[in-house]
Design a binder for this molecule. Structure first.
Ligand code: ATP
Length: 443
């Protein structure tokens, strides 16, 4: 399958099945933001829950937080974003289209500067100017310079300015981390590739505060942990790799940076960044706020400004990786089957329950089973419409790992047919065992 075909098919399946819709679609959409539908929101929550469980619940050295999107504007001066969170923007004087100068020759643009994707070949690019990616707005009823605030472009700063609040109230000792999942906003010059690069997105970031000198070791540790997490999502190993930043690529705050990259249908691209941010952020916040942010280790009788190892993954990008990895087209007995081979733990619907026919008391048994599963927090879907083949196909496209059919035999021996999405194998399971059977496979 050609690469652009896969993306077109994914976008279409995502809409058809209720994963992802264009934002404000009835008004013709809006610039690169997307809405998650009934299945999309479940998939997204499952991804976030898995991250939270690994990064917070299963550890005693990471605390969770949920800080605000709007912050004191001085935060963004201190962090360097007001001055330096910019991309070089170039505009064609003829067609007026705008591009990121550093991406003109890359796949996102696809053409050389003299032939960018305008309607003409004689375009004339102007001089690049630096464009700040932060969205600006006003706080309060007066719209003047004094009330300017920014929509945060990353969640990390909320964790830095709360470093001592979190450390002291949780009585953590360095090394320890602060984890957050939340929205971030960037006025990207060239958003695109569906949910890969959008202007409103979600990040799952963790700032790990360490004693200077132990930062390199912790960096290695977190890189390994994060690779493991991506594998645990069921993403194929051959589609993951790491990219070490050269000195010319490093962000102003970073001593070392490694990207975890995924082979998207449009090429290898960053999925997650691991950064050694040294004490850059804490030192700048000390300077700009006039408050001390040192960690006091009373046991060892020392005080120091910790270094930070950051892990920063995009939730939406992770979803795109998971969806493109899961998308398969195959031939089953001469019929084409589109199937999302999602890990059962991530799948939005865990089990679909069908009565084979709409009579003989089968719908009642099936509904009762669906209710029982929902009561046990196993997200289930009851469907009695259309042929059994069509019902299976709808669930294959939704990535539902198990379909359960109640048929004539159920009334006789209290068993149902359980169909496995991937192997297509069908087994008979006792009605009373279904809940446990599913639990073993979805947790
Ligand atoms: P890129 O180079 O792709 O612009 P970045 O290096 O600026 O990304 P970070 O600031 O390290 O990204 O943000 C951490 C993660 O947040 C990225 O790895 C990515 O998964 C996600 N992310 C960043 N920008 C966007 C965006 N515009 N849309 C969706 N996800 C994003």
């Amino acid at each position: 399958m050609a690469e652009h075909d896969v993306m077109d098919k994914l976008v279409s399946l995502a809409k058809r099945r209720g994963f992802i819709f264009q934002s404000s679609e009835i008004y013709g959409g809006t610039g690169s933001v997307w809405d998650y539908g009934p299945l999309g929101v479940e998939l997204k929550r499952n991804v976030k829950n898995l991250w939270w469980s690994r990064m917070v619940h299963q550890r005693d050295d990471v605390e969770g937080m949920d800080t605000s999107i709007l912050m004191n504007p001085k935060v963004w001066e201190a962090s360097g974003h007001v001055e330096g969170f910019t991309d070089p923007l170039v505009e064609c004087k003829v067609c007026k289209k705008r591009f990121r100068e550093d991406q003109l020759a890359s796949q996102e643009c696809g053409r050389k500067p003299s032939k960018h994707p305008g309607e003409h070949d004689d375009c004339e690019l102007g001089e690049p100017r630096m464009f700040n990616l932060m969205f600006r707005t006003f706080m309060g009823p007066v719209e003047d310079g004094g009330s300017t605030v920014y929509l945060r472009p990353e969640t990390a700063q909320g964790s830095y300015v709360n470093f001592l609040n979190a450390q002291m109230t949780s009585r953590q000792k360095v090394p320890f981390g602060i984890a957050q999942i939340g929205k971030a906003f960037r006025n990207e010059i060239t958003p695109g590739n569906f949910i890969f690069r959008t202007r409103e997105f979600e990040q799952a970031e963790m700032q790990f505060f360490v004693k200077p000198g132990s930062d390199e070791e912790w960096f290695e540790y977190w890189l390994e942990q994060r690779m493991d997490w991506h594998r645990a999502l069921g993403v194929r190993e051959e589609n993951l790799r790491i990219h070490e930043h050269g000195a010319d690529e490093l962000a102003h705050y970073a001593r070392r940076a490694v990207d975890i990259e995924y082979r998207f249908p449009f090429g290898w691209k960053e999925l997650e960044g691991i950064h050694n941010r040294t004490d850059f952020d804490l030192a700048r916040h000390e300077e700009y706020s006039g408050k001390r942010l040192e960690y006091i280790d009373s046991g060892a009788g020392e005080r120091f400004l910790p270094y930070v190892v950051e892990t920063a993954v995009g939730v939406d990008r992770t979803l795109l990786a998971v969806l493109s990895d899961a998308y398969h087209e195959e031939d089953v007995d001469g019929d084409e089957r589109v199937v999302l081979r999602l890990d059962p733990g991530l799948a939005p619907i865990k089990a679909a329950i069908f009565p084979l026919v709409k009579k003989d008391g089968l719908p009642e048994i099936a509904r009762k089973l669906a209710d029982e599963l929902r009561g046990a927090s196993i997200n289930s879907f009851y469907d009695e419409s259309g042929s059994i083949g069509r019902r299976y196909r709808r669930q294959d496209e939704a990535g539902t790992p198990f379909c359960i059919t109640v048929d004539g035999q159920t009334a006789e021996d209290q068993t149902v047919t359980l169909r496995d999405r991937d192997s297509l194998e069908q087994t008979r399971v006792e009605l009373s065992q279904v809940r446990g059977w599913l639990r073993d496979r979805i947790d």
